[in-house]
Design a protein around this ligand. Structure first.
Ligand SMILES: Cc1cc2nc3c(=O)[nH]c(=O)nc-3n(C[C@H](O)[C@H](O)[C@H](O)COP(=O)(O)O)c2cc1C
Length: 274
């Protein structure tokens, strides 16, 4: 079966699929012809499904993407601008968690939603590692603390030394500033030789964080963990990522202990209008 097929009974020859194809491999000679794939077009297809998704007449099938796997958009339940803006402004990094575990079903649903995040050239190479057990998350935090203790004597930057020292002191006094006592940790990793692996992973986690907030969950980026994940041998071994992969981010996750009531201020945007 060829990659691209057109149902000529349904196609209205409106040229939308050809106009929207990001790789410009769908061509339509004139308004009387049906659109078709350029010779060798398959080689350049990024399998984004835009042709299938944009056709108002359900006339296109990709062999890789049956129409039945592409549900219609339910416009009646899309959030309006005010609702989405409020969600974006009200999301907070959460650093106090209840002990209540998040179900495997919900964790799966979060990731299942985040996989719709955009990726450079639609590579979709973001992989997920879910630490489900609070005791394992705590062990990871301890390893980051070990890393900080190792780094302290050889770090020359004053500010970093002071910051690490405070975090280590807090740990020694029973306060976890690495994982914040979160019950779960979601790690993203990806082949590091892609065009934009860091952006792919960060956007995927952002999708996950925002969706998680609608489910009553709290998240917080685990920046110290992410930094140590590629540098500290014991952590590298625990993660045991596939060859060529790098960890580009992680978020702590759980049910928030407290609720936020206001939106804090943020810097005015720095914009250069040209
Ligand atoms: C890349 C990145 C790394 C972060 N790392 C940490 C971290 O290790 N620990 C932490 O408590 N917060 C971390 N944060 C959360 C930021 O401190 C937080 O986003 C910022 O203070 C703004 O607060 P808000 O997210 O509630 O708007 C990180 C955020 C980002 C984007």
């Amino acid at each position: 079966m060829s990659l691209f097929s057109i149902d000529q009974k349904k196609c209205k020859r409106d040229g939308i699929c050809a106009a929207e194809c990001p790789a410009q491999i769908i061509v339509q000679a004139d308004k009387k012809s049906f659109p078709s794939l350029l010779p060798h077009g398959e080689e350049f297809c990024i399998n984004c499904g835009h042709c299938v998704a944009v056709c108002p007449h359900d006339a296109i099938t990709l062999s890789t993407m049956p129409l039945a796997a592409c549900p219609p958009i339910e416009r009646n339940i899309l959030p309006n601008a005010d609702a989405l803006k409020q969600l974006l402004l009200a999301r907070r990094s959460i650093r106090q968690y209840k002990k209540t575990p998040v179900s495997n079903k919900l964790l799966t649903e979060l990731i299942d939603t985040a996989r719709y995040a955009p990726t450079g050239s639609n590579k979709q190479q973001v992989s997920w590692m879910v630490f489900q057990k609070p005791e394992d998350v705590h062990k990871l935090a301890a390893q980051v603390i070990d890393f900080m203790k190792m780094m302290l004597p050889v770090t020359t930057d004053e500010a970093t030394v002071r910051r690490f020292q405070r975090i280590v002191n807090a740990w020694d006094n029973g306060r976890d500033r690495i994982m914040r006592g979160a019950p779960h940790l979601i790690v993203v990793h990806s082949p590091s030789d892609l065009s934009f692996p860091a952006a792919d992973c960060a956007i995927a986690l952002t999708y996950l964080e925002l969706y998680a907030s609608t489910k009553g969950l709290g998240t917080c980026w685990a920046g110290y963990f992410t930094a140590a994940a590629g540098l500290h041998e014991p952590l590298i071994q625990v993660l045991n990522l596939p060859a060529g992969h790098q960890c580009f981010g992680a978020v702590m996750l759980g049910y928030p202990q407290y609720r936020y009531h206001r939106i804090p201020t943020r810097n005015e945007p720095l914009i250069t209008w040209r």
